[in-house]
Design a protein around this ligand. Sequence first.
Ligand code: GUN
Length: 287
Amino acid sequence: MTGVKIDGKLIAQSVKNRVKMAVDELKKQEINPCLATVLVGEDPASATYVRNKHKACEEVGIITKDHKLDANTTQTQLNEIVENLNNDNSVHGILVQLPLPSQLDEFTTTSRISPLKDVDGLTPHNVGLLAMKKAALVACTPSGVMEMFEYHNINLEGKNVVLINRSNLVGKPLYHLLLEKNATVITCHSKTKNLIELCQSADIIISAVGNRNKFILTKNMIKEGAIIIDVAISRFQEKLVGDADYEDIIQKASFATPVPGGVGPMTVAMLLKNTITAASLSSQIGR
Ligand code: GUN
């Protein structure tokens, strides 16, 4: 059996089309959705991600503000920039690109973002709302994965899902979102003992390790008809790859995401969606 490719580019485009219509509606109400990004340092991968986010905003009519800061920026300087963006009524969404240089603390930084402008869903307020099933702004990659399930009418109820990631941006939000859909979720990480057996018994595997030297998901590690969502992206032997050997696993999986062209485009599309949600939230409180 050959599985179905979950085409992230295609699904992301359908999200973008909806976002574009919402942007047009907001503009009729004289609200011009605006995303501010903050990039600290020169990491080339981060710079590419931010550039792609700006390009996508442009495509749907979202205004962007670009803050590029020196790699030696201090925590006090970064805090001040976040504070200024919080107070700027023309800015609806704030994204501080991660990871940050080592002198800067992620929690100190992201927890200062106004929860109403927190398009990454990373503030303690929004993380708490997510755990209580009340979130309006959820981390972009996890909500993009959920959108993929929805697009393909994949019912998660009662499914055994193995998550291989426990980060604040991917694993933890996904855990809550999957649980809300009545899946049974096992969160695995570097200290998990029986990872291969857990994978072999999973209906769905969502993998975000990102180190091909340490981990590669192959068809002998999955059960027949499993659904494989590959969140990882890394450079390996001059190629962009995920955690899974796509050509191998697609022979046994019922659905799988390729890399590139899978989850990546969804992350960007959901950022656009979160920005218009943030713009609507601001307008509701009269800003
Ligand atoms: N770095 C990698 N992915 C992300 C993301 O979704 N948001 C932010 N802020 N940084 C990232």
